[in-house]
Design a protein around this ligand. Structure first.
Ligand SMILES: NC(=O)c1ccc[n+]([C@@H]2O[C@H](COP(=O)([O-])OP(=O)(O)OC[C@H]3O[C@@H](n4cnc5c(N)ncnc54)[C@H](O)[C@@H]3O)[C@@H](O)[C@H]2O)c1
Ligand SMILES: O=C(O)C[C@H](O)C(=O)O
Length: 341
């Protein structure tokens, strides 16, 4: 995945006193907030291997955080790793950041919805966003913490209050829905899933997850509408499938780290000036009644450069969209009210 980002332009990074040649055109600082967790640790591991990342700041409230940083710093890749534990070290972690990826917060247990996480996670995301607003107002924020549909409005309202809001720079991470859809279609079609292109639009919970199967390339090899609907349901409920399988041990972490690293890499490739970098993300939007909506966006030097919309939907997908909008409106309002009331 990262090899596509390689450009033979040398720069130099220093780690533990040693000089390393890197192949990236620009040096980027990436912060993982929630770096000691189930997603945070493997995400940091993947980011440490990305040649576009020259500084990797790991922030968490967990005591193990500095140790995770020391552990990763022994990898022979150029990124300099720093560990930051507790709120008093958050400002130093985010200072000069280009990208802050946020998986901080609690995950689901069986029987819970993502909305059940709101009460705990809302203040975590608010406080991190507030610190980013004050210490790295130009950084892009990629929010993994659930419920994503409400967390992106929370971060956006915090940035607005601080007078530094740029809608191009706040993304909800829905990449895992795309990754799952491609994995399942690859299995059905008997093809390499990395060759499957499939937009997943709407948001990131239950009915708001809308896989646009009619736009899959290659076309999904399912002729029967019942099977299309079953596949749609499986993609919508894939997070719950993992939560049930982990039986109280949390939700998706490894596949999420993979998906988060893919999104982070796309953001950095955009910042670097690469053209035609496209991923789905949950962003400020005027495509529907919902003021935030996920669909393919083009990433560039300033974050979201262009919203690519979601093209033609078939009759079934239009029904899915109709069902998603009231839920999205409710989730967005909950997030906005949390900051403003
Ligand atoms: N967007 C997605 O597709 C997606 C996929 C999977 C999980 N998630 C969400 O990601 C979040 C994290 O999941 P996980 O499995 O990594 O959970 P986890 O409990 O394993 O890790 C969460 C980490 O956040 C840290 N944390 C808690 N409060 C913090 C704070 N105030 N500041 C900084 N760090 C703090 C914890 O110490 C912990 O290390 C959950 O909300 C989960 O629902 C989203
Ligand atoms: O399902 C969850 O709670 C975690 C995440 O949103 C997922 O889709 O795996």
């Amino acid at each position: 995945m990262f090899s596509r980002a390689l450009k033979p332009v040398a720069s130099v990074a220093v780690q533990n006193g040693a000089k390393f040649s890197t192949t990236s055109q620009k040096n980027f600082k990436v912060v993982v907030a929630g770096a000691a967790g189930g997603i945070g640790q493997p995400l940091a591991l993947l980011l440490k291997q990305n040649p576009l990342v020259t500084r990797l700041a790991l922030y968490d409230i967990a005591p193990v955080t500095p140790g995770v940083a020391v552990d990763l710093s022994h990898m022979d890749t150029p990124a300099q790793v720093t560990g930051h534990k507790g709120p008093e070290e958050l400002a130093a972690a985010v200072e000069c950041a280009d990208l802050v990826v946020i998986p901080a917060g609690v995950p689901r247990k069986p029987g819970m919805t993502r909305d059940d996480l709101f009460n705990t996670n809302a203040s975590i995301v608010r406080d991190i966003a507030d610190c980013v607003a004050k210490n790295a107002p130009k950084a892009i924020m990629a929010i993994i913490t659930n419920p994503v549909n409400s967390m992106v409005p929370i971060a956006s309202e915090v940035l607005k209050k601080a007078g530094v809001y740029d809608p191009a720079k706040v993304l909800g991470v829905t990449t895992l829905d795309v990754v799952r859809a491609a994995a399942f279609i690859g299995e059905i079609n008997g093809v390499d899933p990395t060759t499957v292109k499939i937009p997943v639009i709407g948001g990131h919970s239950g009915v708001t997850i809308i896989p646009v199967l009619s736009q899959s390339s290659p076309a999904v090899k399912l002729s029967d509408q019942g099977k299309i609907e079953a596949l749609t349901k499986r993609i919508q409920e894939a997070g719950t499938e993992v939560v049930k399988a982990k039986a109280g041990g949390g939700s998706a972490t490894l596949s999420m780290a993979y998906a988060g690293a893919r999104l982070a890499c796309a953001v950095l490739r955009g910042l670097k000036g690469e053209s035609n970098v496209v991923e789905c993300a949950y962003v400020k939007s005027d495509l529907t009644e919902a003021s935030y909506f996920a669909n393919p966006v083009q990433l560039g030097r300033n974050g979201v450069e262009k919203n690519l919309g979601f093209g033609q939907l078939n009759a079934y997908e239009k029904e899915l969209l109709k069902a998603a909008i009231p839920e999205l409106l409710k989730n967005i309002k909950t997030g906005e009210n949390f900051v403003n009331k």
